[in-house]
Ligand binder design. Sequence first.
Ligand SMILES: NC(=O)c1ccc[n+]([C@@H]2O[C@H](COP(=O)([O-])OP(=O)(O)OC[C@H]3O[C@@H](n4cnc5c(N)ncnc54)[C@H](OP(=O)(O)O)[C@@H]3O)[C@@H](O)[C@H]2O)c1
Length: 300
Amino acid sequence: MTGATGFIGSNLIRDLCQTTDHAFSIVKRERSDTSALSDILDKIKVYTLDPAADNIYEILAQEKPDMIIHLATLFLGSHSRAQVPLLVESNILFPTKLLDAMASSGVRKFINTGSFSEHWNCKTEYDPVNLYSSTKRALEDILCYYVNAHHIKAITLKLFDTYGPHDPRPKIFSILKKGLREDSPIDLSPGQQTIDFLYIEDVVEAYKKAIEFLGKDTDVSYETVFIGSGQSHTIREVVSIFQEVAGRKINVNWGARSYREREIMIAIADIRKADDLLAWRPRFSLKQGLSKMMTEEKIR
Ligand SMILES: NC(=O)c1ccc[n+]([C@@H]2O[C@H](COP(=O)([O-])OP(=O)(O)OC[C@H]3O[C@@H](n4cnc5c(N)ncnc54)[C@H](OP(=O)(O)O)[C@@H]3O)[C@@H](O)[C@H]2O)c1
C-alpha cells in the first residue's frame, strides 16, 4: 500500500490487518510520520522509499505483492508556483514509477484512487477543479497504458469527500470542532454549496470490495467507480446537523469568506455503478457518521 500514513490509508490498513489474514507491506517516505500506525507496525512490513523513489523497483521485485493499493497523494486546493513540481512528483511521477516497477516485476493488480474533483460540479465530462484534480486524472491516463500494454488489471475509486475520527486534515469538521472547543466565532463561506460526505468506515469497505473485485477471475481489465454517500447537503445543513449531534451551537460568520474561484457548488455521488460492480453501498448517513466520530473523540 502507498499512502498508508495518511488518513484513509491508516484506517484502511488497520482494518485489513484486523479483519483479514493477508500479509501487508507499505512504502513510506524517509520523513513519514508513522505514529498513526503505531498499533499495527508489528503486523506489517515497512519499506522506505529513497528520495527519487527509484528503489520501488527493488522493493516490488523483492516483495512481489499480489496487489497494490495506491492512496499516496499531495492534495492542494490551490497551488503556488513552487508547489507545481511537488504535485507532479507525488501524484504523477511516483505512481508512474510504481506502475513501471509493477510491469517489470510481474505485479498485475492495482487499486488506484481518483477524485470527484476531476468532474467540477459533477459534470459527466472531465473538467478538473484545480491542478491537483488534473494530476489525478493524468495518472489514470498513464494507468491505461499499463493496463493495455502490460495486462495490469486495475480499478480506480473516485472518492468524494471523506471524514471520520481523528482526521488530521484541515477540512470543515476540524474547523467546526475548533468552533466547539474554543467557543469562538468561525468564518465560513455563504454556505450554499452542496457536499457529499462519506464516513471513513464506508470508504474502508469500498476498498475491501475493490480487493474482492480484482481478486475475482473476470476478463475486466479496467474500471472506474464513484465512491460517495450519494447524499448531498449544503454546508449550512452540514453545520446544523453537526450542532444537533454535538448538542451545542457554534457561532458561524456566514459569508465572512467568499467562495473560492471554481468553488465546487454541486457534489453528489452516483453510486449505482459501485453497487452493480462491487455490491458496495454506504451504510452511514452524515448524522450517524458524525455521532460515531463525536463519540469516538469524546466531543459529546
Ligand atoms: N477528501 C478526501 O478524503 C479525498 C477525496 C478524493 C480523493 N481522495 C484521495 O484519497 C487518497 C487518500 O487521501 P488522504 O486524504 O487519506 O491523504 P493524506 O491523509 O493527505 O495522506 C497522503 C499520503 O500520501 C503520502 N504521500 C504523499 N506524497 C508522496 C510521495 N511523493 N511519495 C510517497 N508517499 C507520498 C503521504 O505520506 P507522508 O506521510 O510521507 O506525507 C501520506 O501517506 C488520495 O489519493 C486522495 O487523492 C481523498
